[in-house]
Design a protein around this ligand. Sequence first.
Ligand SMILES: Cc1cc2nc3c(=O)[nH]c(=O)nc-3n(C[C@H](O)[C@H](O)[C@H](O)COP(=O)(O)OP(=O)(O)OC[C@H]3O[C@@H](n4cnc5c(N)ncnc54)[C@H](O)[C@@H]3O)c2cc1C
Length: 365
Amino acid sequence: MFKTIENPALTNVGIGLLNFTVKHNFPFVTDVVRQTLFEQFVGGEDREKSMQVVKMLFKHHIGSIFDYAIEGKEEEKTFDHTFEEIKQNIKFAEGNPAIPFVVFKPTGFGRLDLYTEVQRGKELTGSEKAEWEKVIHRYDEVCKLAFERNVVVMIDAEETWMQSAVDDLVNSMMEKYNREKAIVWNTVQMYRTGRLEYLQQDLQRAREKGYVLGYKFVRGAYMEKERERAAAMNYPDPIQPNKQATDDNYNAAIDFVINHLDKVSGYFGSHNEKSVELVMDKMREKNLENDHSQIFFGQLYGMSDNITYFLGEKKYNASKYLPYGPVKDVVPYLTRRAQENTSVAGQTGRELGLIAKELQRRKNG
Ligand SMILES: Cc1cc2nc3c(=O)[nH]c(=O)nc-3n(C[C@H](O)[C@H](O)[C@H](O)COP(=O)(O)OP(=O)(O)OC[C@H]3O[C@@H](n4cnc5c(N)ncnc54)[C@H](O)[C@@H]3O)c2cc1C
């Protein structure tokens, strides 16, 4: 499968075809998807069906983070449904070490354009105000429940033109619920410029107001889109000028966590071996135990098993983002995974190379 999606032309044609046929309920296609992309990247059609994967991973000291992978739907009823689903996930995760975090995407709780308007400081109409109140209510209810059940909840990061609205909301939740322990975690994309300054500001505010911080650190998934929009609308590119600059910035985030453990906890979501090694090195330098309660690692289910299983074996806090949802609804998530695994995006080379190497190793006994 990785060999097939490595070809960008084939992937693009395949994605077009997939979206069309799934939309029009071609049962044969659903079956093919279920046995290929779905099988590789998704835990199951619902939480219960994904439990087999959760148990299998936990045997290897790997936690699972349920990711309700419905994307790109903007109706209030879908937001309400996602809201209920996330609350169920919190109840399900309570007291269960196999499920260390619960996660949701900001656009799972509200429209991207609404966040954008809030961020721009636009005067909202009456109905928009009511809609925004509902978004705030969903965040607050989820974070409150997480606090009551002692479950950590992590909020994904998305496009820069809506992320400040999300950051403000998540910061207000941290202030409310992170008085003693990091229950609410934000995500920081280190491919962005100015994020180290942002972290310093957060830290200062948390010190002044007396709460603790939790962050997932990623490089960032929307680079092309970000650059295109900035060019089209003629504002400065919000992304680091090159890969090295992003890598340096990511490394600086590792230092930020390691040097501020009195206030900050960190989850390193990356498929980059060097980043993961660097976190491990820094932990060793500071004599931190592998399963330190404030340092976590994560990869996406179906990718970079070499990293996750290694971390699990060494008793680090290893985890997988485990997407789940009906086949038809997770197609947008799957197409994103397929796109990032083309040879252009570069991840397949990595995955395929490792699979080939492992097959050879097994052949050689
Ligand atoms: C557990 C987990 C959770 C995630 N959650 C989120 C999330 O909430 N929000 C989100 O946006 N992403 C998220 N991601 C995806 C993540 O942001 C990356 O896109 C993906 O992991 C690839 O980066 P990497 O660190 O694994 O590896 P690498 O292959 O080392 O890095 C690739 C990344 O480097 C950056 N990059 C590549 N080329 C350039 C360039 N020319 N200039 C500047 N930067 C460049 C891009 O961010 C690219 O994705 C998540 C990933 C994981 C594993």
